[in-house]
Design a protein around this ligand. Structure first.
Ligand SMILES: Cc1cc2nc3c(=O)[nH]c(=O)nc-3n(C[C@H](O)[C@H](O)[C@H](O)COP(=O)(O)OP(=O)(O)OC[C@H]3O[C@@H](n4cnc5c(N)ncnc54)[C@H](O)[C@@H]3O)c2cc1C
Length: 426
């Protein structure tokens, strides 16, 4: 009998009491071999939201390569898009498609936009707070958005969302998080995914068998010298998927963010959010002349900066926040203000040097509209997946939303277990 069937059989004869006692005992054991209904790789927004949307009677194991807080989701600054009202649908759809060079999967874009209000309601229900004015949500704007439709929490929106989701997950008795535990492979049995193999905190190899596996392991920035991402995000799920002939898509669609703070120090590049330009900041060449419309899509602004740097023979261009009121800088961008100050720049008084750096991965493990991969029992959500929302280039602040929408869809499909075979055919 294979391990998965063995687990199914064990599950069926266990009564509730022995199951609970068994679980308590298991928690004290080493992780050498574990069993769960669902194993989720990654504790960013995609992993956490999948977990929260699964039923409480599912035994869920989450693993993360680092500590649970070290995910790119915590770093998101600008905000999260939402459909403000029905009148904005066409414009939001067009902005997303145009930024993506019309290579986006239209169905996925439609699903994301239509689900956005529900997702925001979910987040608010989990305790997430967004900036308000006069008792209403306040919306900001970023590059390539034709109108303000981005909700934010100062310039630490990702931290606000992810920390609240993590708090809710930690309250759940059916979810166990193993930190410093790295997925090294998936367990393939008869062409289906039966779980994962991991390297534990203590350096031991272990197996986690599960009915369903959700890969939520983020982007690939760790593979680059200059990136805004955490260095431990090295596209591990993609390598593993390739090894198992799981379908991948658009591996060459990598987004370079136009504005990160120039530094000669090694390590992660500090992002200067697009919403700074959305609020009026401008780019200057070495002669303090503007050379590009700052609100064009990321890839276009990046190209213009690179060309300008080459022309000027410089390693950076200048970003000036002078057009933004000091109060707005201090209230909307306190984190950016503080970080730049620590690096020796007072953004309320002087320009800062900025340079493009790797930021986001639009390609990934191909998934259908319910985040199901080409392998039975295996899902992929968040930045490691490619559901086609972003096409060839992501529109600012669409990533948190896309991750949440499609994480919830994965969880919903797992809830209706019988649907899996039908959905796979998409
Ligand atoms: C600086 C910055 C600012 C951003 N600002 C915005 C913004 O304003 N709005 C927006 O929409 N998007 C923004 N983004 C993009 C967005 O934050 C990410 O795309 C999104 O958070 C990805 O979520 P995720 O859950 O897929 O991955 P992540 O949050 O990156 O989480 C990945 C998880 O996988 C784990 N992991 C990786 N490999 C393994 C492995 N082998 N084994 C076990 N665990 C593993 C990691 O430890 C981590 O827990 C920003 C990104 C950055 C870097």
């Amino acid at each position: 009998m294979n391990q998965k069937n063995h687990w199914k059989k064990c599950w069926s004869w266990r009564n509730k009491k022995s199951f609970v006692l068994g679980r308590l005992a298991e928690r004290k054991e080493s992780i050498m071999e574990k069993k769960a209904d669902v194993v989720i790789v990654g504790t960013g927004v995609a992993g956490l939201f999948s977990a929260l949307n699964l039923p409480d009677d599912k035994e869920i194991i989450m693993i993360t390569k680092s500590d649970a807080e070290s995910s790119d989701s915590f770093l998101a600054q600008g905000g999260i898009c939402v459909l403000r009202d029905e009148n904005d649908y066409d414009s939001y759809f067009e902005d997303t498609m145009k930024a993506g060079h019309y290579e986006n999967r239209k169905e996925s874009v439609d699903i994301m936009i239509r689900s956005s209000r529900e997702i925001i309601e979910d987040l608010v229900g989990y305790g997430v707070e967004f900036e308000q004015r006069d008792g209403e949500f306040a919306y900001t704007r970023e590059g390539a958005h034709s109108r303000p439709r981005i909700l934010f929490h100062a310039d630490i929106t990702g931290k606000e969302i992810t920390s609240k989701l993590l708090e809710r997950v930690r309250e759940k008795h059916n979810i166990t998080i193993y930190e410093y535990t790295t997925m090294t492979d998936i367990i393939e049995e008869n062409g289906s995914c039966a779980g994962i193999t991991v390297k534990t905190k203590d350096g031991e190899n272990a197996e986690i068998y599960a009915e369903y596996t959700i890969l939520a392991s983020g982007g690939i920035g760790g593979l680059y010298q200059h990136s805004t991402n955490f260095p431990h995000l090295t596209g591990d799920a993609l390598e593993i998927a390739k090894k198992h002939q799981i379908r991948l898509e658009h591996l060459d669609y990598v987004q370079i963010h136009p504005t990160t703070l120039y530094s000669e120090k090694p390590g992660r590049r500090f992002l200067i959010s697009e919403s700074v330009r959305g609020e009026g900041a401008v780019l200057y060449n070495k002669n303090m002349e503007r050379f590009v419309n700052e609100l064009l899509p990321r890839d276009v602004v990046t190209k213009a900066i690179r060309e300008q740097m080459e022309k000027d023979g410089t390693d950076f261009v200048w970003l000036s926040m002078a057009p933004i009121e000091k109060d707005t800088i201090l209230n909307h961008f306190p984190n950016i203000y503080q970080h730049c100050l620590e690096e020796g720049y007072d953004v309320t008084k002087e320009c800062i040097p900025v340079v493009p750096a790797q930021h986001y991965f639009m390609g990934g493990i191909w998934v259908d509209k319910n985040s199901h991969t080409s392998m039975p029992q295996l899902f992929a959500v968040g930045e490691t997946s490619c559901n086609g929302v972003h096409g060839a280039n992501r529109l600012a602040s669409n990533s948190l939303l896309e991750s949440l929408v499609f994480a919830k869809r994965a969880a919903n499909l797992i809830k209706e277990e019988g649907c899996l075979e039908k959905e796979q055919a998409v």
